[in-house]
Design a protein around this ligand. Structure first.
Ligand SMILES: Cc1cc2nc3c(=O)[nH]c(=O)nc-3n(C[C@H](O)[C@H](O)[C@H](O)COP(=O)(O)OP(=O)(O)OC[C@H]3O[C@@H](n4cnc5c(N)ncnc54)[C@H](O)[C@@H]3O)c2cc1C
Length: 355
């Protein structure tokens, strides 16, 4: 079946574009629903517009890893961003998990904190992970090289769609409006004119939580749509892994749910150019790689779900958070480069505090 493994939120928030609003958030993924949550805490009334349904995008299609940091190892992140910035990124992403789970307020979002294992796929990656263990410990983080893999004991996992649903459920009546496809934005000194089909809204401020789809609305924003593909199997009685595994610089990942299903994703590195796309259908080429990986992991259960989603990559590998250049009253909270479940809640807090 070419549908995500995760069930979409059961609620229906059908609505229309209002004629006026103080703050409008566009996009109903983890970024948009986190923004709504933080804005409500600041008593700022906001309306969220989503063209499909809440968690339709990457937020309802991902692997649900709650990893500290970015796709690269701590050693590489220090080389890229400098030690202070790398430490800050690891701190923020650690905090993201804690604050986001608190925000779910006891609703079942499938959260477990088993840690994650980063498994090297080459000698080069192994050396970087061994070095990362040392650097992480020096900077006060917990990490353990066990001879074959780097264990990050604080990392977690989640049902991403349930997490988005848990945040959406806390929004005020009428605050979420599904089925509203924003077709244009015109920023001016006193606000932003939003168009959705025939409807027009005068908003004070707009926040783009449109991740990979942002360039469709604002072409000047540099976010590269990037497809990622996954499969899920029927419950497997045998234990396949003791914790979620991330390998080959983040290009391969797998986990096993408490109920036994095995989720495997990635292998984008085997077809990098075809995966730079907004097309969110799985391809035979990558799905064959995923089937092989399922079999090599020793999984006997059949594959029940195959799907793809679109991530938004930035040049720096870090999210875009703050005002959009040249567009007064337009802010952005997007570009999570494959790590939005680990970043978006705290990035949304930062953006909500800046408006
Ligand atoms: C297969 C896969 C595996 C992944 N695994 C992980 C993982 O394990 N851990 C992790 O941290 N991250 C993972 N990611 C990345 C993560 O899913 C994203 O970073 C995160 O979901 C981005 O959330 P978002 O809210 O910014 O974007 P999205 O969830 O994509 O939401 C954007 C929303 O905006 C809406 N929208 C766009 N344009 C408009 C418009 N004009 N009008 C109205 N609505 C609009 C879309 O319909 C969409 O619902 C993975 C991604 C994929 C695809």
């Amino acid at each position: 079946m070419t549908a995500p493994f995760w069930a979409p939120p059961p609620e229906n928030y059908a609505g229309r574009l209002p004629a006026k609003a103080d703050v409008v958030v566009i996009g109903g993924g983890i970024a948009g629903t986190s923004l709504l949550w933080h804005l409500a805490r600041r008593r700022i009334g906001a309306v969220l517009l989503e063209r499909h349904h809440v968690a339709w995008g990457a937020s309802g299609r991902n692997a649900g890893f709650l990893l500290a940091g970015v796709a690269s190892s701590y050693a590489e992140a220090i080389a890229t961003y400098g030690r202070e910035k790398a430490r800050e990124v690891w701190e923020v992403t650690n905090e993201n998990q804690d604050r986001m789970i608190e925000a779910a307020r006891g609703q079942d979002v499938g959260h477990r904190r088993l840690g994650t294992a980063i498994l090297p796929a080459s000698e080069q990656e192994r050396a970087l992970l061994v070095e990362s263990e040392q650097l992480l410990l020096e900077d006060g983080f917990s990490a353990r090289w066990d001879g074959t893999r780097l264990i990050n004991p604080r990392d977690g996992e989640i049902d991403p769609s349930a997490m988005v649903a848990a945040l959406a459920r806390q929004a005020g009546a009428g605050a979420i409006r599904e089925g509203v496809d924003v077709t244009s934005l015109v920023a001016h000194r006193r606000g932003v004119t939003i168009t959705a089909g025939e409807d027009v809204c005068e908003a004070g401020v707009v926040i783009l939580a449109t991740n990979a789809y942002t360039p469709q609305l604002v072409p000047a924003v540099k976010i590269q749509p990037t497809r990622a593909q996954m499969v899920a199997t029927a419950p497997e009685s045998k234990s396949i892994t003791d914790m979620p595994v991330y390998s080959n610089f983040g290009y391969r990942y797998w986990r096993q749910l408490r109920s036994g299903e095995v989720l495997v994703g990635g292998w984008r590195d085997t077809s990098l150019e075809t995966e730079k796309t907004l097309e969110d259908r799985p391809t035979a080429e990558i799905q064959e790689q995923l089937d092989r990986a399922v079999s090599e992991l020793g999984v006997k259960s059949e594959v029940t779900h195959r799907w793809a989603g679109t991530m938004g990559f930035t040049e720096s590998g870090l999210p875009l958070a703050g005002q959009v250049d040249g567009m007064p009253n337009v802010y952005i909270c997007a570009g999570f480069t494959g790590h939005g479940m680990g970043f978006a809640f705290m990035t949304a807090k930062q953006v909500s505090e800046s408006i």
